[in-house]
Design a protein around this ligand. Sequence first.
Ligand SMILES: N[C@@H](CCC(=O)N[C@@H](CS)C(=O)NCC(=O)O)C(=O)O
Length: 208
Amino acid sequence: MKLYGSFGSPFTRRVGTTLLLYQLKHEHVVLRGNIPEELEQLKKINPLARVPALETDEGIALVDSVTILDYLDQQVGADIRLIPQKGIERTKILNLVGIAAGAAEKSVSCYYEEGINAKRPAEKVHRPWVDKMYAQTKDGLEAIEKMIKGPWVMGDDLTQADVSVVCFWDFIKTHRPESAPTVCCPQIEKISEMANLRTAFLATNPYK
Ligand SMILES: N[C@@H](CCC(=O)N[C@@H](CS)C(=O)NCC(=O)O)C(=O)O
């Protein structure tokens, strides 16, 4: 298997961390969309030219981290997979991961709107829209904060909820400007600290 993308992308990082937790043999190919030659290479694998992308051993190119994680879950046993195959716990994890991914998507959009990585000239930024996205990220994360059972997101066991929330939180915390409303999530922060002591998270952590 080949994973394309850099761990600066929280969506790529959650796939990379899952691959390591599952101990699945793979190659990591760092592709950055802001480098023209790397973007061309990426387009051959993902028509959307986004990361992550995963090339399976059968030669199938998978795009979107949700699809990739679903594929990885099918490569390991029921006792290892981070999202159960069926049942209400599966639904709860997917729901929580969906909220976290939504919060992260809004944060990534803000990252492209303003700051040193902005794709838009400062005078063309539409302030109300950007502020709404900062609020969506905050509200999504603070909703998750209330859902945390402890010590991990869903209780005693580490699940995909932890992998995704930690990868998204670390990105959001790092890139959120001081001018944006503060996000208060002490429990998520604690889980991030706990997770980042583990090899699979540490190896993919671009901020260490
Ligand atoms: N829903 C996608 C989101 C992927 C995504 O937004 N990737 C960003 C980097 S974090 C990207 O490649 N953006 C470049 C672009 O959209 O042109 C997933 O879960 O994989």
